[in-house]
Design a protein around this ligand. Structure first.
Ligand SMILES: [Zn+2]
Length: 327
């Protein structure tokens, strides 16, 4: 069956969804921290998996849900769209496949190994409580990170059981090396975390301009179905919403930077305007505390000497912002 745009949200249920033309999306509501989506493109005799999940239990459940679809077309190729663990920590369970990522993603993957998240999740005191608040649902202790076996820069056209899939690197944006997978014969694109639907995007790497350009690139593709990295299936309307958020934040951050406001004060100020204004198209976004990271990243692009807080402080700011939404 093919999803019509009006049915996207009502079909946002856990599990494998056929989106037509032997393409599938594996969705994990509610799409918040760590609850990512993955994709499957089934060809003649072999399949492509777009991303693994955050831990081995979730990835095993996904592979079990896919077993029938890939019975005559085993997963021969895996794409990791980027280096965040919720898109690659399950690689261990597909280690016999060729695993593809951009060079930037492959480099970034070794910087935040599962052992680091396990240590943060298991830490005593305030830091442990902070990280368990974000990632306490997941188990990182037993994960061996399996890196990509094939890397590329820019673009890579691959063949999946007679079907052609275009891998297009659009980062640095969300991370250092984001890649999207375009399946032209199905008018479908798997965007990884270039799209968050329902929740705020988080701009770890930036610049925001690159991410806006990535949205424009996706909008220019001949696609009807868009599989985001988090949230329900969407179409070009969802792409436009993410673009609108990013350009609004970029513009608002620039105004405050030019008037000399500190990045964190600017984030709180912009967050207040987005959340406190019922007319704001962004008032309903979940994970809105990500504004703290997004404005800080924008400041880095305005002033290369701007020093960002470390990752623990970034999470602390987001957590505090969401507990005390400065409305
Ligand atoms: Zn993600």
């Amino acid at each position: 069956m093919t999803f019509k745009s009006s049915s996207y949200t009502s079909n946002y249920t856990l599990g494998l969804h056929e989106i037509g033309d032997n393409c599938f999306a594996y969705l994990q509501p509610d799409g918040g921290w760590g609850y990512s989506n993955a994709g499957l493109v089934v060809g003649d005799g072999s399949s492509l998996l777009v991303d693994t999940l955050f831990d081995l239990k979730l990835t095993a459940a996904m592979l079990a849900a896919m077993s029938q679809a890939v019975q005559a077309a085993p997963i021969a190729t895996v794409l990791n769209t980027h280096a965040n663990g919720d898109h690659c920590y399950g690689n261990q369970l597909v280690r016999d496949a060729e695993i593809i990522a951009s060079n930037a993603t492959a480099r970034e993957m070794v910087e935040v190994p599962p052992a680091m998240l396990a240590a943060l999740n298991n830490a005593p005191g305030e830091i442990g409580n902070l990280f368990r608040g974000f990632f306490g649902d997941f188990t990182f202790d037993d994960i061996e990170l399996v890196p990509p076996t094939r890397t590329f820069d820019g673009r890579l056209d691959i063949e999946v059981g007679g079907r052609s899939v275009e891998l297009i690197e659009v980062g640095p944006a969300h991370t250092a090396g984001d890649t999207i997978a375009y399946v032209a014969d199905a008018k479908t694109v798997f965007t990884g975390d270039i799209l968050f639907i329902g929740g705020a995007p988080i701009v770890w790497a930036g610049p925001l301009e690159n991410w806006i350009a990535a949205c424009d690139l996706i909008s220019a593709l001949d696609v009807e179905t868009v599989v985001p990295g988090h949230g329900p299936l969407t179409n070009k309307t969802g792409v436009a919403q993410v673009r609108d958020y990013l350009s609004y934040v970029l513009q608002q951050a620039r105004t405050r930077f030019e008037s000399g406001l500190d990045a964190f004060d600017a984030a709180r100020d912009i967050g207040r305007e987005m959340l406190g204004n019922p007319k704001s198209q962004f008032a309903d976004l979940t994970d809105y505390g990500r504004i703290c990271v997004n404005v800080d990243t924008a400041y880095r692009s305005f002033n290369p000497l701007h020093k960002s807080p470390d990752v623990v402080e970034q999470f602390r700011r987001m957590a505090n912002f969401e507990v005390h939404p400065a409305r």
